[in-house]
Ligand binder design. Structure first.
Ligand code: SAH
Length: 385
């Protein structure tokens, strides 16, 4: 398949639209309740607030997520009066598709508009029977990892639960094959947007909605330690940790949140997570940067570090982006690194770059982000629960 051109012209840079609303687009419609991001408990309260019985939530969950409807008219089991009331007070609103591309390898990428100034990206990666959807959790990212193009874009705001779950809703409608796995590995740090992300996860797991098994939903974090413990209690899905370096001085440089939560604390949290979820290994992501973190000594240090953790390692050959200050490790260095881990009994694989011809590979998602003032970024970082 040949790559298809992006349908839309480059987006004009727009001025900062001012304080971003917590949810939705901030238009007049924002006063309506967007049912798309409500998991069962919140939807039940919503119907109770309308004086309706809570079982309405189950009916509506099925209509919205399992059947993919976007308005209330087809929801015939609700009765005419309730449908009319919902049409006035509620809505089912997903981000709007701004552009869509397909890679030569079948990977698909969507640019999704979430408000007048900002877009995020979502990627679908087909692989045999598996179909993995990579969703974004924030507009931009406040973490500023040295090798990631999303960090370069700056940070604007958290996505709402509707904007996160809405990505899966859109993908299921757009694809002619099932989404079997979801990875929270798109733009943003999901654990800095805990409440919206966990409500969206609830919908992914909900039998009446998408019914995904917990192990088929993976949350990837750069290491927000207190939120890892909260996740273990609230929504223990598969955990991936962006490690990228086996010692603090190097990780401080590559993943700056390491200065707040250094490696020893991060790995202790990983061990607690693994104890709470004994059947699952934790995936450690390790981007391979030529001459930076890819030597045999780094591999040995990584082995020693990961010994006490039920771990598997995904080596990610660095995906370049304009102005990136790194090069991809040569294939021989990646192979040698992987073999050292395997020889020490740590399962390690090399993640094949997917969709890199359309900038859909790990670390290449940039969207369209209006960066906000540094103080907004600092506030997002300080919001760690
Ligand atoms: N903030 C979360 C979610 C983003 S996941 C996290 O850090 O885990 C995106 C994954 O791609 C992370 O493992 C990230 O470290 C990796 N990545 C980022 N930039 C990359 C690049 N240029 N090449 C390869 N992988 C990259």
């Amino acid at each position: 398949m040949m790559p298809q051109p992006v349908a839309a012209a480059p987006l004009p840079v727009r001025p900062d639209p001012g304080p971003a609303p917590g949810t939705g687009t901030g238009t007049g419609a924002a006063e309506r309740a967007n049912l798309l991001g409500m998991a069962r408990p919140r939807l039940e309260s919503y119907f109770e607030s309308l004086g309706e019985r809570p079982f309405r939530a189950r009916q509506v969950l099925k209509w919205i997520h399992a059947r993919g409807v976007s308005d209330f008219e087809p929801m015939t089991d609700l009765g005419r009066a309730l449908r009319a009331r919902l049409a006035e007070t509620a809505e089912i609103r997903a981000p709007a598709v701004e552009a869509h591309r397909t890679s030569a390898d079948g990977t698909r990428k969507w640019l999704l508009r979430v408000d007048s100034g900002n877009c995020v990206e979502m990627v679908f990666i087909p692989e045999g029977h598996r179909g993995t959807l990579c969703v974004s959790s924030q507009v931009g990212c406040p973490l500023d990892c040295a090798f990631c193009s999303t960090g370069r874009q700056g940070f604007n705001r958290n996505l709402s639960a509707a904007e996160i779950a809405g990505q899966l809703w859109l993908a299921v409608r757009a694809l002619d094959r099932p989404v079997t796995n979801v990875v929270l590995m798109g733009m943003g740090e999901p654990l800095l947007n805990f409440d919206a992300v966990t409500e969206a996860i609830d919908l992914m797991l909900e039998d009446l909605a998408y019914g995904l098994a917990r192990r088929r939903v993976t949350l990837s974090t750069a290491g927000v330690v207190p939120a890892i413990d909260r996740l273990a209690r609230r929504a223990p899905v598969s955990l991936a940790v962006s490690l990228h370096a086996p010692d603090d001085p190097l990780r401080d440089r590559l993943v700056p949140i390491n200065r707040k939560y250094p490696i020893a604390e991060l790995l202790a949290a990983c061990r607690r997570y693994a104890e709470a979820n004994p059947k699952q290994k934790i995936t450690f992501e390790y981007v391979m940067l030529d001459g930076v973190n890819d030597s045999p000594e780094h591999a040995r240090a990584l082995v020693a570090l990961l010994r006490p953790v039920p771990a598997k390692v995904n080596l990610i050959p660095f995906n370049p982006f304009p102005g990136a200050p790194f090069r991809r490790s040569p294939a021989a260095a990646v192979d040698g690194f992987r073999e050292r881990l395997n020889a020490a009994g740590i399962v390690a694989i090399t993640r094949r770059p997917r969709g890199d011809d359309i900038d859909a590979a790990c670390g290449q998602l940039a969207g369209e982000v209006i960066a906000r003032a540094a103080r907004v970024r600092r506030a997002a970082l300080a919001a760690v629960p």
